[in-house]
Design a binder for this molecule. Sequence first.
Ligand code: MN
Length: 711
Amino acid sequence: MSSIETFADRLGSYLEPEQINLVRRAYYYAEQAHDGQTRRSGEPYVTHPLAVAHILADMHMDHQSLMAAMLHDVIEDTGIPKDALTQQFGETVADLVDGVSKLTQMNFETKAEAQAENFQKMALAMARDIRVILVKLADRLHNMRTLGALQPAKRRRIAKETLEIYAPIAQRLGIHSLSTEFEDLGFRAMYPMRSQLIERAVRNARGNRKELLNKILESLQSLLEREGLPGKVMGREKHLYGIYQKMRGKRKAFNEIMDVYAFRIIVDKADTCYRTLGAVHSLYKPFPGRFKDYIAIPKANGYQSLHTTLFGMHGVPIEIQIRTEEMEELANNGIAAHWLYKSKDEVLNGNHARTRQWLKGVLELQQRAGNSLEFIENVKIDLFPDEVYIFTPKGRIMELPKGSTPVDFAYAVHTDIGNSCIACRVNRRLAPLSEPLQSGQTVEIITAPGARPNPAWLSFVITGKARGNIRHFLKHQRHSESIALGERLLDKVLASFDTCLADIPEPHVQQVLNDCGLELMEDLLADIGLGNRMAYVVARRLLERDSVETETAKPEVAEPNSREKPLAIRGTEGLVISFARCCNPIPGDPIVGYLSSGKGMVIHQENCKNLADSRHNTEKTLHLTWDKDVSGEFTVELKVELEHQRGIIAQLATSITVADASIDKISVDERDGRVSVVQLVVRVRDRLHLSQLIKRIRALNGVMRITRLKN
Ligand code: MN
């Protein structure tokens, strides 16, 4: 029988004939695609994918995984495009193959060791379907088993990568059988001498231990029989790499490690686990503080078992693990146990729910969601609960805390990117800068020269880097903007006395600074700009000094002339100027400025009711005009009363957009069945623009009245 037929025979134990046929077809496709290629060992290439499929069949993986295993090197090694596989075998299988190819292309070995942890996470994040990882692990396992055919340097590189990346991934997914095999094969290839030494030492020790080991085993076995507890006792040996790591990490001598006698007791159900625990505790005294109940509280990867350590004869420590058959399966196969169980579901009944709590939860999610992306997302949430993994457009991965937004991402990439970001694309679509990111998304930040951080970002960023940089930038910006405003305010007052700052002698300026307890003129100007000092008062003091020291005949300061021109607002003053929310002034409206201590200047409409109280405070209120080159978008609130009819709100929104204004907010109140009141917050350039907009809205069929809201 040909080797594919032997394999097909095996599959008969758990797959349907049609499914086996599909696997067979994938095999023949691969055989043809790899025709003429050979493995380093000289065998035809197709023996490798077949062996990978065998490994997956050991785990009872489904037919699609097996097909992907057959085809896993086709895209990478034969240049057949993914589309061709989609046509032949459908999207799911093609996606699996594509995923495996992408994992293969990831260049682990060039990265620093310190980053290994990141790469494990990256590998997981990259796989949209957990089966991609399982196929990849099986692929790596077969390559590790056949490592001997390679050059020593390449062998070491692959072994290192296996120890750093693949063994921990298998561990994370709870596939113990894979992770120990990875570790032992990797250890042998990486450190041939050390592994031989330990292997020999283990063989010797085994001889010495045999007698005692058997004694304990027999006493445990007869205990179970006596107590009527159905269970199987077996001796357990640590694997080579585990011993090596213990010697290195915990600095233990080989003898200390080997002096521990370890057993596992497999029983029928969870309840028996606890009764067995009671029985062994009565046989030997337990070590205090060493008992762990992973049945009640499973490990994150779903592992369940009872662990205890006992004082055996002559005081030798005995480690015992007690678990059910199912828990044992799960401990060995982890996430892959799902496929194993699926096949014998009717045999198992009763307590799986508890045994497979974690896995079941996530796997059910996969079935329900029918969306592998959501599934892997949930697996990842369980594996790494507090992080999200985001890709740059070039495929670099960034690790961010959960809840991070595109702005956090931009700052994580580079401070300059953060400072100049204006928009972003998430998975190629424009998205809000405030939207929390999900693992696996590709984020592209759009920047513009001269763009600046927005103070509103502080309300949603969550990383310290973003927050710190935004604050830092704003503080700087605010300082320079308040200096600029302060200078304009002071200049204006000085101009009304027919002088200017440059005309005031330096020593006088210094004297005023000293009086104010300041060092630099800039600080004084910033104080004026922020509203902490009145420009008028500062100007008078500068002029007083001037009068005294020049001993002019008139010690009094002259009254300001009446040609005083109001300060002109350009719209580009930045953070030291804000527009009052109560009256929303726009260019064209008569305006006044109110200097609010520490906050800079707030601009109101001249007749704003909120200013009624402070208007007499002439030092704090300033007459303003709009600069003729004023620029920017200004907010106004409109109230539109309209007769309700289908599609009217859409028409309204369209006409606003057509008028080149933007909508910030739209809310609809139904007054009665017929009339609706729409509140709009829109942004316009000036009064002219606003009147054009109002005209357009008024022209809509059904619009009864439109008013601009103030206070
Ligand atoms: Mn391969």
